[in-house]
Design a protein around this ligand. Sequence first.
Ligand code: NAD
Length: 488
Amino acid sequence: MITTVKYGELKNYINGEFIEHQGEFASVVSPIDGNLIAKVPLSSTQQLDNAVLKAKEAFAQWREITIKDRAQIFYKFKTLLEQNINELAEIVRDENGKTLEEAIASILKGIEVTEFACSIPQLTNGEVLEVSRGVECKLIKRPLGVVASITPFNFPLMVPLWTIPNAILLGNCMILKPSERVPVASGKIAELLKQAGLPDGVFNIVHGGSDIVEAICDHPDIAALSFVGSTKIAKIVYKRATSNNKRALCLGGAKNHLVVLPDANPDMTANNVAASMAGNAGQRCMAASVMVAVGDVDHIIEKLCIESKKFIPGDNLGPVITQESKLRIENYITEAERSGAKILLDGRNTVVAGKEKGFYVGPTVIDYVTPDMSVAKEEIFGPVLSIIRVNTLDEAIELENNSSYGNGAAIFTQSGGLANYFAERASAGMIGINVGVPVPREPFSFGGWNDSKFGVGDITGKSSIEFWTQPKKITTKWNPESRTGWMS
Ligand code: NAD
């Protein structure tokens, strides 16, 4: 029997062309049904070198194009993303397992960042001041050169789009190294960028695993990199890249705490917390992982379980990325149960009819978790919520502050004063007040604190402009006769 692989053998994209890969490939399996959907090249470091060389050549011309003209390409790119959103969402669903609605929402966020990029010319008009009579100082922002973006499995299009429009529009040329588990969607980005008029060599894709990431960190002609992935690897990449004098911004994992006070609106809170925990199968760095129940909130926990049950595996709840992830997540639940926690809703051993080989975990709610348990401390990255009970808001804040991570944190209450008290004291980069997934909309930038981020600034928004450029200061004097103080 001849079976066709839906997306076939993928290719690297270098200098505007998809290049047939001669070396080894790895399998790409859809988490929905365990079927092989593509083969991804495991590139050699020579292939990376070639991509960097072409990007470096392209940079010489790309930097000469005015930022307003570069922006025109991204206006077209944004329209193309919108026109192709259904096809893009289907790819994201196939390789990552998101539902189509989730895939579309993630692409809309990518489109929003592209819109922000198109506004960058209005934000980078520089600064000028007459610093002494007849003497002017001017500051302009210039690109860094060839840069790299290394991305994780959980958002195959959105995370690459956090970096591609801003970095390229600001005049850099880019090498994208997508997650080898979800490498298909990036090829479509390359096609659409070319269709939008991006010159060859400005955007390139080199597929592969850790050896390509290491080679990116070491490459003398790559000036800067952004990384999004687990904390363990983010730390390694940050250290290696910065020890090679590269600029690096590395976003890591998370353990987000949602604090629920007794005065919280029960329906809205239950609905928000459940959606934050189970949406995208819990594979979001902004997902609710711990609910900190302050005082008596049993009536909200009851509703939370009802809301969580509305996430049906194989219907509005997608699979987790691999069989290993499924087993790892189930082990966390079993360990919590053995340690004395109470499983209110159990997602273990979930099998979806017709998709028996898919990697599904049902929504899981675990009550009476204590801070020493692994489910309370470690990133689980699945649709699992641990409830820790405390007596006061200060105890809740202390618990949140004790986490080594610091991506998102939220509070549910009707008291503005208590909400502000929490927002000031929570040790996280993105705070929600009655918002379960407090991802800032553009132009407010995305980025956490503590072990959720290594490097200065955020990955989107205005601070990304600083990351992807270097300031140049020009001092000018055209009137040689005048005395201009110490500048003369
Ligand atoms: P990962 O760290 O395993 O992989 C990320 C990238 O690093 C991939 O491109 C991969 O090929 C590469 N990589 C893997 N092992 C490596 C190694 N030993 N050396 C060098 N490179 C290596 O992450 P993942 O499993 O793909 O993604 C999930 C993680 O990403 C979660 O921890 C999640 O919280 C995090 N994440 C964080 C954010 C954020 O904004 N903070 C956003 C999305 C995902």
